[in-house]
Structures are given as C-alpha cells and as structure tokens.
Ligand binder design. Structure first.
Ligand SMILES: [Fe+2]
Length: 230
C-alpha cells in the first residue's frame, strides 16, 4: 500500500474513499475544442494519446512537471489551450492552483480484466510538492458520452473488494486522489473516449468549488398561480 500520511493539506471530502463524484457539467461542450488539438503519442492507462492544455513551461510537453524541477502546480497554457476556451474556462472557474491539464483520447478497451491487470496505476502528483502546501489531486470532465464506460478505482490494486466505479456519461465530473487510488478507465465503446484531466492543489478554493457543485439545487418557491383552479 502506498504511504498516504504526509504533512500536506488534504481535503476532508476525500478522506474516506479518496474520490468525490459531482453532478454533470451543465454547460455546452463543443467537440471542436478537443478534436482539432494536437495530440501526442503518450501511453497512460491504456491505448492513449494526450493533448496538452497546460504544461510546466507552456510547451507541448506531456511530461511531469518534476522533469523541470517543479511541482505539479502553476501550469502554463499551451498553444492548444487557445483552441479550447470553454475547457480553459472550466479549469479557471475552479479557482484553485492548477498544474498539468490534458485531454486524454482513449481507444476502446479490449476487456475489463485486461484494464485491471495491465492499466491500473497510481499517479505521481506530489513529487517536489512542498510539504506545507496542499496535496495535488486530479479532476476529470468527461467530454464524450460514454455511459457504459467507467473509471475503476481501487484502494488496494489486488483487492476487488476495495473497488469503486464511476460512470462516464457526457459531462461527468469527479475528483480523485490519484496518488492514493489505483485507477484506469474501462471503455467498451466503438469510438475514442475523450476527457479532460486537470491537477489541482487541495485547499479552500478546490473545496469551495466541489461544495458548490454538490449543493442541492434550490427548490422553487410556490407562487399563487400554483394554487389557482380553472
Ligand atoms: Fe493516472
């Protein structure tokens, strides 16, 4: 099991399971914002390609920020980001420090057993992260409608009893401590699945954004018209 006890600030909302699902994104998503980006051949969690929206130095570079001696924070927008204004706005609207931001293009999976056996992995979000700052976690926005696909999360890689699954319909949003939970997406669809993945620093801003998404919608007040009879 990975060591998860650190001095970094961690979100109480993630303490129990390591993840939080949020209601689906309610804004408009235009496939032009991800289909015309420049994708790199970069394998992580399956047959994948990645388009980089924010990197350590603003270059079209899929590598970890630690390659530049930096923690996964204060990402710099790349040329791709100018083609994806809604996606950039989504990241900025969270209000938290963000690091790597990428679009993942995932080819259809062969079968779920293969995904579990070959693709479950932990991320390395907190390398070089100063211990007096917030723990880096990741947020997802699913860009394609893949209701039969799901993210597999396991506290213990080899113990299915520790598994949770998150469905991936259009606009699905969730936050995962991916350095704690083993994860990979199972995607049985016939077309590629696209999703945005962004690294965020745990702290009051991310907490408030998550709480704002989780809050129940206000109940409409009754008006006199509701009680009139014909
Ligand atoms: Fe990952």
């Amino acid at each position: 099991m990975p060591v998860t006890e650190t001095r970094h600030y961690k979100l109480p909302a993630l303490a129990q399971t390591g993840f939080v699902t949020l209601p689906a994104f309610s804004g408009q998503l235009d496939p032009a914002e991800w289909e015309r980006l420049h994708y790199l051949d970069w394998k992580s969690g399956g047959d994948t390609n990645f388009a980089v929206l924010a990197s350590a130095l603003g270059e079209d570079d899929p590598r970890g920020f630690w390659e530049h001696g930096l923690p996964d924070k204060d990402g710099v927008w790349t040329a791709n980001a100018s083609l994806a204004p809604t996606l950039r706005q989504w990241v900025q609207s969270v209000g938290a420090r963000f690091g790597r931001v990428r679009i993942i293009k995932l080819a259809p999976s062969t079968d779920v057993e293969t995904v579990i056996r070959q693709h479950l992995h932990l991320d390395d979000n907190n390398r070089l992260n100063p211990v007096d700052e917030g723990w880096v976690v990741r947020a997802w926005l699913n860009l394609t409608d893949d209701p039969d696909s799901y993210m597999i999360l396991r506290e213990d890689r080899d113990d299915p009893a520790t598994e949770h699954r998150i469905a991936l319909p259009l606009g699905a949003q969730f936050v995962v401590d991916t350095e704690r939970l083993w994860h990979a997406a199972y995607h049985p669809g016939s077309q590629a699945r696209y999703a945005m993945i962004a690294s965020f620093e745990s702290g009051p801003a991310l907490e408030a954004w998550m709480e704002g998404r989780r809050a129940p919608r206000p109940v409409r007040q009754a008006s006199p018209a509701d009680f009139t009879t014909a």
